[in-house]
Design a protein around this ligand. Structure first.
Ligand code: EPU
Length: 306
């Protein structure tokens, strides 16, 4: 790896540069060791140029949105962590066509803001994402969803930055969404997207948003840091149900605990480390496999060495 790359990058692009930055400050789990560099780009062009520079020089890059669906190793991450949440922002109405409306949404925009924007304007289609934390880019990358719907239902196209800073737009027909997956190439960074909604249904939006809000408050642990659902649901079943049946609710390792309220959540009771979370994940996986013959797949993304 190039020596002094941080200095060179600083000269080349604008944004915030935080060396040795504890990533626990940037994840909803409040877990994670230091990043060699955490970079928050000022503009789209700074992001593209930074990726070009990092790829050319063989410097490892990690892209995070709002850090809500990741577990970062206690050892931290070598290379450059690029944080997009609240950096690349903007929602614009592009066009209206019969009963449809198309929005251009930047990747760093919080999903919550997209939902608020839609509800305020009477656009239908984002209700499912009420209460899902994180950024629009992260939500597309993980095809975030609830029982009311998923990002795949509303994404019309995605503009990506590929290796060496190449920009490419992929339209709906060429996107391969699956359950909690978007099928985009590993190296790609979501820059923006076109979101297609239906125009004119204020009441419908607000009603389902309210229902979802009540349901989630009742069924998910809000008071503690977490990364949301740890595992994907296996086909026709629920990871939370299986982990609860395995008797693992409340199992605690240091400050990491399988939530009493929802067994597919691990909560951080204060100073939890990634190692303890991984241990709980392994226990839940092996117990569920042993009892039900079902292999649970992770929904969260692991970053770094474990
Ligand atoms: N259940 C249990 N025990 C538990 C938890 C759940 O028996 O400890 C049962 C529930 O009673 C219910 C079923 O399992 O019958 C499904 O549970 P729930 O409705 O809470 O939904 P989920 O499948 O666990 C999914 C999403 C959540 C989203 C909710 C609500 C996944 C992996 N998770 O959870 O998304 O909030 O639906 O729509 O698809 C996230 O992705 O991070 C997330 C929080």
């Amino acid at each position: 790896m190039k020596k002094d790359w941080i200095k060179e990058l600083r000269i080349l692009v604008e944004g915030s540069f935080l060396a040795d930055e504890p990533l626990k400050k940037h994840t909803s789990f409040r877990i994670g060791g230091p990043a060699e560099l955490l970079f928050i780009p000022k503009t789209e062009i700074d992001l593209i140029n930074a990726i070009k520079f990092l790829d050319k020089n063989g410097i490892k890059r990690y892209i995070i949105g709002a850090g809500t669906n990741i577990l970062v190793s206690d050892k931290g991450l070598n290379g450059c962590v690029i944080k997009l949440a609240n950096a690349l922002k903007g929602i614009k109405i592009l066009k209206r066509e019969r009963s449809s409306v198309y929005l251009n949404v930047m990747a760093g925009e919080p999903l919550r803001r997209l939902n608020e924007f839609a509800v305020k304007n009477g656009f239908i289609g984002t209700e499912f994402c009420f209460g899902i934390p994180g950024s629009v880019g992260g939500a597309i990358a993980g095809n975030a969803g609830t029982r009311l719907g998923e990002m795949a239902d509303i994404v019309e196209s995605v503009t990506l930055i590929r290796e060496m800073g190449e920009v490419e737009t992929i339209s709906r027909g060429r996107l391969f969404f699956a359950y909690r997956e978007c099928g985009l190439p590993e190296d790609s960074v979501i820059l923006s997207s076109i979101i297609a909604l239906k125009d004119g249904g204020k009441d419908v939006s607000i009603k389902s948003v309210e229902e979802l809000k009540i349901y989630r408050k009742k069924s998910q642990p809000y008071g503690y840091p977490s990364a949301g659902s740890i595992f994907k649901n296996p086909p026709e079943d629920s990871a939370g149900r299986l982990i609860e049946l395995a008797g693992l609710k409340g199992l605690r390792l240091n400050d990491a605990e399988i939530s009493q309220m929802h067994a597919n959540f691990i909560i951080n009771r204060g100073k939890a480390d990634a190692k303890s979370v991984i241990k709980l994940i392994d226990i839940a996986r092996s117990e569920v496999q042993k009892l039900f013959g079902i292999r649970l797949e992770l929904e969260i993304r692991l970053l770094g060495e474990f």
